[in-house]
Design a protein around this ligand. Structure first.
Ligand SMILES: [Cu+2]
Length: 150
């Protein structure tokens, strides 16, 4: 009787260990998933602190579709990569980008095209579909999404 009980206890301990392991790996997987999304979300709140590298003399803002903080990174990076762009800030709620740039070096259409080639729809240019396909799952925004919201 005593032996049986002990045996049972050991079984329970073993099972416990197994389920603990399962729970632990599930937690690790979830944490990894959450971290990548949190990273994005965290950057959402940071204001763009690009050091002024251009003499901006013009500002535009236009609608750009996107979902999250990772979208924000991609969109702003694409706009900032345009020669003549001083600062680009995309608003995740308004689905809108504000760009300051030097109009002797670039123009609005070049900025639309740069953002679109990173996979994101702007008011004037549809996002490059190949780039869109390469976006992380959570960034695959809805092409019908309302943009440039107030
Ligand atoms: Cu995203």
């Amino acid at each position: 009787m005593n032996f049986l009980k002990k045996n049972n206890e050991q079984k329970m301990i073993k099972m416990n260990n197994v389920s603990k392991k399962v729970i632990f790996s599930a937690a690790v997987i979830m944490a990894i998933g959450l971290t990548s999304c949190k990273n994005g979300a965290k950057q959402e709140n940071e204001t763009t602190t690009e050091v002024s590298k251009e003499m901006a003399n013009a500002d535009i803002s236009f609608g750009v579709r996107g979902n999250c903080g990772m979208c924000k990174n991609t969109i702003e990076k694409a706009a900032n990569a345009v020669d003549g762009v001083d600062k680009a800030t995309w608003d995740v709620d308004k689905k809108k980008i504000d760009v300051s740039f030097n109009d002797t070096k670039t123009d609005a259409m070049a900025i639309h095209n740069a953002v679109a080639s990173s996979g994101y729809d702007t008011e004037k240019v549809s996002g490059d579909l190949e780039a869109y396909d390469g976006l992380p799952g959570c960034c695959k925004y809805d092409h019908e999404m309302v943009m440039n919201k107030e």
